[in-house]
Design a binder for this molecule. Structure first.
Ligand SMILES: Nc1ncnc2c1ncn2[C@@H]1O[C@H](COP(=O)(O)OP(=O)(O)OP(=O)(O)O)[C@@H](O)[C@H]1O
Length: 335
């Protein structure tokens, strides 16, 4: 079944400028987020996951800029070029937190310690809808209930510090979901939580996705999470998507040496204890002094002279895409 696109990112180039040096943090990134689907963007620290989210939300720091490419929000019957909207203009403020909401690793990024949880959810509702204070308060209680927070009538009047880590995460999701967003962007939302709570938060997100047909962009460094929760995956390395497609296909038939290496570096649930885990050799290059050609070649077992040239997008099958000169070898080789 073809799922409708809700956000299209096309050839996005976001650069950072520090001390007259340029870091091409995103160097031509393209992907689509679809209604009712979860897309995971996965990769090691510094590959550009958070910059991707910040570009979509227009929350980039001052020393960075979108240099090229486009971000299009396919709203009801209207295509809106997010990257062209003034950052703090009325339209962008209504999209941010209304149509497109975001949750973070640290809930205190979104929650203010000096206001009650209920007040903050109500304020968000009042900013994006025509609700009165009374209606917004009642809706806040409903949202806390929906998020599985016990005693919502009491907890709505409590401050964030009175919540446990997992409950705070739920409160932030309640705030993000308050205006029925079309898209939920989640940047490592469970990294700081223990595995049981992590599983509960993902379960909650998946329930909301089903109930409201929300599209989810989930950022993670964890292939285990990708395997558990995503429909589609985009593997990122040094500002490029090096492989993408339906999660099942990419994880069972990885065509990029980096995807393969990521998969070999984590234990797979159900495969038992004696798994031959291999850390990825070497480290990511200096972002201010990037190698020529394929960014992964210095860590890659398949690299040849050809890799001095940047590989283009190749179609493996259907929408399974890879950027590697040697992907056929990778597919047929057990290395
Ligand atoms: N505020 C900033 N100032 C300067 N450079 C930045 C800033 N934020 C990100 N960058 C640079 O942009 C590139 C992409 O970083 P980004 O934070 O998107 O990585 P990430 O994949 O989200 O990593 P992590 O998992 O560690 O959050 C990196 O080279 C990083 O150094």
């Amino acid at each position: 079944m073809e799922h409708d696109k809700i956000i299209s990112v096309n050839n996005l180039k976001t650069y950072f400028y520090t001390n007259e040096r340029c870091n091409r943090a995103l160097n031509g990134v393209s992907f689509d987020i679809r209604k009712g689907r979860t897309l995971c963007v996965v990769g090691e620290s510094g590959c550009g996951k958070s910059v991707t989210a910040a570009s979509i939300m227009q929350l980039l720091p001052d020393l960075s800029r979108i240099e090229e490419g486009s971000i299009t929000y396919h709203s009801d019957g209207e295509d809106i070029r997010i990257d062209k909207l003034p950052k703090n203009g009325k339209k962008m403020r209504s999209i941010r937190g209304g149509d497109i909401a975001m949750i973070f690793q640290d809930p205190m990024t979104a929650l203010n310690p000096v206001y009650t949880v209920g007040f903050q959810i109500s304020e968000n509702l009042k900013a994006h809808t025509k609700m009165t204070t009374k209606e917004a308060h009642a809706r806040s209680i409903e949202l806390l209930t929906l998020m599985g927070i016990p005693n919502p009538e009491q907890r709505v009047n409590e401050y964030p510090h009175q919540f446990s880590g997992g409950m705070r995460q739920r409160a932030m999701i309640a705030m993000a979901m308050s205006c029925n967003p079309k898209v939920l962007i989640a940047d490592e939302p469970t990294t700081a939580l223990d595995v049981t709570i992590q599983a509960q938060i993902f379960e909650l997100m998946m329930k909301l996705k089903k109930e409201f047909n929300t599209a989810i962009l989930l950022i993670t460094h964890d292939m285990g999470v990708v395997n558990e929760v995503s429909d589609e995956v985009a593997v990122m390395y040094m500002g490029n998507i090096v492989e993408s497609g339906i999660t099942k296909e990419v994880l069972t038939k990885p065509a990029h040496p980096y995807t393969k290496a990521l998969l070999q570096s984590i234990p797979i649930l159900g495969k038992g204890r004696n798994q031959d885990l291999k850390p990825i050799r070497g480290s990511t290059p200096d972002p201010y002094n990037r190698p020529v050609g394929c960014q992964f070649k210095d860590r890659c077992d398949f690299a040849t002279d050809k890799c001095m040239e940047m590989p283009g997008e190749e179609i493996v099958e259907g929408n399974h895409m890879v950027r590697c000169w040697h992907y056929k070898e990778v597919l047929s080789n057990g290395k």
